[in-house]
Write a protein that binds this ligand. Structure first.
Ligand SMILES: Cc1cc2nc3c(=O)[nH]c(=O)nc-3n(C[C@H](O)[C@H](O)[C@H](O)COP(=O)(O)OP(=O)(O)OC[C@H]3O[C@@H](n4cnc5c(N)ncnc54)[C@H](O)[C@@H]3O)c2cc1C
Ligand code: FES
Length: 277
């Protein structure tokens, strides 16, 4: 294991500084940790919730004062326990781990399904800082499942023409009514993008992978699997010969082609059982 991995893998205990509810099910939690604040868009950390579990979470923002945010959707014991913690409570962090989104070209299409926007918020800010234009689409079932509404809607005012932001909801309660993948297909049909970035439910990622193949546009996606060690040794996060924690979590179109039999189809749970997605 490299010095880099040994340093990043050490558990640090940090104090929660701020908590911002994004919607009734999701909170953004901010703490200070120098190592995590050096993360690149796409990287994740392991967050230990004392007495409950340790879970992987993407970094949603980093700030010059060394503070870092994660954005957490409540799905089970660990995420519920984390979202019920308060300011000044202590959590443990390891990382950052994994690779990053590669930024290139002149115009990017950034697609987030619900809390999948977490790593993409940081990516969007980095893309704009590097002078690359971006169209961002966030999709959710309904208005009260949208995340980063304020941040995303304020971006066009700050960056003028270099960014466009759209929302889709399945019930039409905010933005464009319908599935995010329908809007993606429409956008790729009428505009030219150099690269598509995606994160969210794997069914959505699979569909976007198929659309981008059809339009011959590069794509990168951040994938989720069951993560334990986070440093590539236990094998719990394997998808088609790749380890999500070490080879990912960001995968290229070529890598997704190689794992096509698994992407959006099969995963393994914490007991190693094969589950249909
Ligand atoms: C690299 C990586 C980055 C991640 N980044 C984030 C992030 O930024 N924000 C975030 O909220 N989550 C993120 N996740 C997912 C997060 O780690 C899981 O939601 C968490 O581990 C669930 O733990 P739990 O104990 O609350 O639920 P569990 O008890 O483990 O799961 C409860 C139930 O929810 C299901 N479930 C588990 N994960 C998900 C999920 N992601 N979506 C829907 N259902 C799920 C399980 O199959 C189970 O049925 C990330 C995962 C990976 C691998
Ligand atoms: S979580 Fe252990 S190899 Fe990826």
């Amino acid at each position: 294991m490299s010095d880099w991995h040994i340093k990043n893998n050490a558990l640090r205990v940090v104090r929660i500084l701020r908590i911002k509810p994004e919607n009734p099910y999701v909170k953004t939690i901010t703490f200070k940790d120098e190592l995590s604040s050096s993360a690149d868009p796409g990287q994740f950390i392991m967050v230990w919730i004392p007495g409950v579990d340790e879970i992987p979470l993407s970094i949603s923002s980093v700030h010059p004062d060394g503070s870092v945010s994660v954005t957490v959707a409540e799905v089970g014991d660990a995420t519920k326990a984390l979202n019920s913690m308060g300011v000044n409570d202590l959590i443990g962090v390891r990382g950052p781990f994994g690779n990053k989104f590669e930024i290139y070209g002149k115009r990017a299409l950034i697609i987030g399904g619900g809390t999948g926007m977490a790593p993409l918020l940081m990516l969007t800010n980095r893309v704009l800082k590097m002078g690359v234009g971006a169209t961002v689409i966030e999709g959710a079932e309904t208005k009260n499942k949208i995340v980063f509404l304020e941040e995303l809607t304020s971006l066009p005012k700050l960056h003028n023409k270099s960014i466009k932001v759209f929302f889709t909801t399945e019930d039409g309660s905010y933005g464009i009514k319908g599935l995010i993948t329908d809007l993606v297909e429409e956008m790729l049909h009428r505009e030219k993008f150099d690269v598509v970035y995606a994160c969210g439910p794997e069914g959505m990622i699979r569909k976007i992978y198929e659309i981008t193949e059809q339009y011959s546009v590069d794509m990168q996606a951040s994938l989720e699997r069951y993560i334990r060690c986070a440093i590539g040794i236990c094998g719990s996060c394997v998808i088609g010969g790749y380890r999500v924690c070490r080879d990912g979590p960001v995968f290229s179109e070529a890598q997704m082609r190689k794992m096509k039999n698994y992407l959006g189809k099969v995963r393994y749970n914490e007991r190693g059982e094969r589950i249909q997605i």
